[in-house]
Write a protein that binds this ligand. Structure first.
Ligand code: GZL
Length: 326
């Protein structure tokens, strides 16, 4: 009898302990609906960005209406209009390009729906039409790429260093800012210049196509450095270089931006020299910003929330690079 009582008391204690230790559910209302419009699925980076945001919103138990714009601005605008019609509580979107968003953002404003930009941003003329921009500092990324090149050639100040820029989508904000950041950095040196820019639209196929075209016209022989705006285009360039005697990472110094797992493998193999990280893990920051805004007393949030980022290169400890998960 006594043993039964002890067992019963133990089970009762265990039950109370388990209930008391249950993880604290996020203090958000479950009836919040978020409209999330992503610009496309052009890179592993982009897919990781999408997953991170969806996971962050799911953890907060928001209902999410997700739409993939497939790199088509008109499609994205229609998706945002459908969010407005549905009267979502908040719109989160990556603007494919810098311009052309004012009308639909004004419609969201008139409907009383806050908008958060993630990743890319839009022209500053419309900056009062969104609550916050949560993303990388693209100019800093370009700067880091340029500083790597300056340091790489600092023992050869008399040597003329020619840079080929493999640029992303011309109308996208990372393209302009990465380019500006890179040029600002190499502008400190008299001997390093960008002698040509070609456009790969952030895709592997287009990157391969434009580099192949340069190879065909024998236009790579004067080039010392390839500065590529993203890893997918760099992978395309490496595909094209396989058809030549050029040894990437040796005859041609390669600097790229994003930090995908597949490009870290190229860095470790010595075919790429520097990888500037562009952090796609925005989900935590987006969920916190929405929580602060919608958790009842409409807190203010910063207009710019930058992602933490770094740089990996053949000058550093390649074994210490964390697994990228994208
Ligand atoms: C930058 C992002 C860019 C990535 C590319 O934050 O917009 O778009 O660098 C992607 O991989 O295409």
């Amino acid at each position: 009898m006594k043993n039964k009582l002890v067992s019963l008391l133990f089970l009762l204690w265990l039950l109370i302990t388990l209930v008391a230790c249950k993880p604290k559910e996020p203090t958000v209302q479950n009836n919040i609906v978020i409209g999330f419009s992503q610009s496309g699925t052009e890179s592993s980076w982009r897919k990781a960005h999408t997953t991170s945001i969806l996971d962050g919103l799911k953890k907060n138990k928001y209902q999410v209406i997700y739409r993939n714009g497939l790199m088509d601005q008109e499609r994205q605008i229609q998706d945002i209009r459908s969010f407005i019609a549905y009267r979502v509580d908040m719109i989160v979107f990556t603007p494919l390009t810098k311009d052309g968003w004012e009308p639909v953002l004004k419609e969201a404003e008139q409907a009383g729906i806050d908008v958060i930009l993630v990743d890319r941003d839009i022209n500053s003329a419309s900056s009062d039409l969104y609550l916050s921009h949560i993303g990388p500092s693209f100019k800093a990324e370009g700067n880091r790429a340029g500083i790597y090149v300056n340091n790489y050639f600092k023992e050869q100040p008399e040597r003329k260093i020619n840079v080929l820029e493999l640029s992303g989508l011309t109308s996208a904000s990372p393209t302009t800012l990465r380019s500006d950041g890179f040029r600002e950095a190499i502008g400190r040196e008299q001997n390093i210049t960008v002698i040509q820019t070609v456009y790969g639209d952030y895709t592997r196929n287009k990157g391969k196509e434009v580099i192949r075209n340069l190879i065909k016209h024998n236009q790579l022989k004067e080039i010392d450095v390839l500065f590529s705006h993203n890893d997918e285009m760099t992978l395309g360039a490496l595909d094209a270089l396989k058809e030549t005697a050029i040894q990437p990472g040796k005859d041609l110094i390669i600097v790229t931006i994003d930090g995908q797992e597949n490009i870290i493998e190229e860095l470790r193999a010595g075919r790429v020299n520097c990888v500037v990280e562009c952090n796609p893990q925005a989900g935590y920051y987006v969920a916190r910003a929405i929580e602060r805004r919608l958790d009842g007393d409409n807190k203010q949030i910063p207009h710019e929330i930058y992602m933490p980022e770094t740089v990996f290169s053949d000058q550093g400890d390649l074994d210490s690079i964390p697994t990228r998960n994208y």
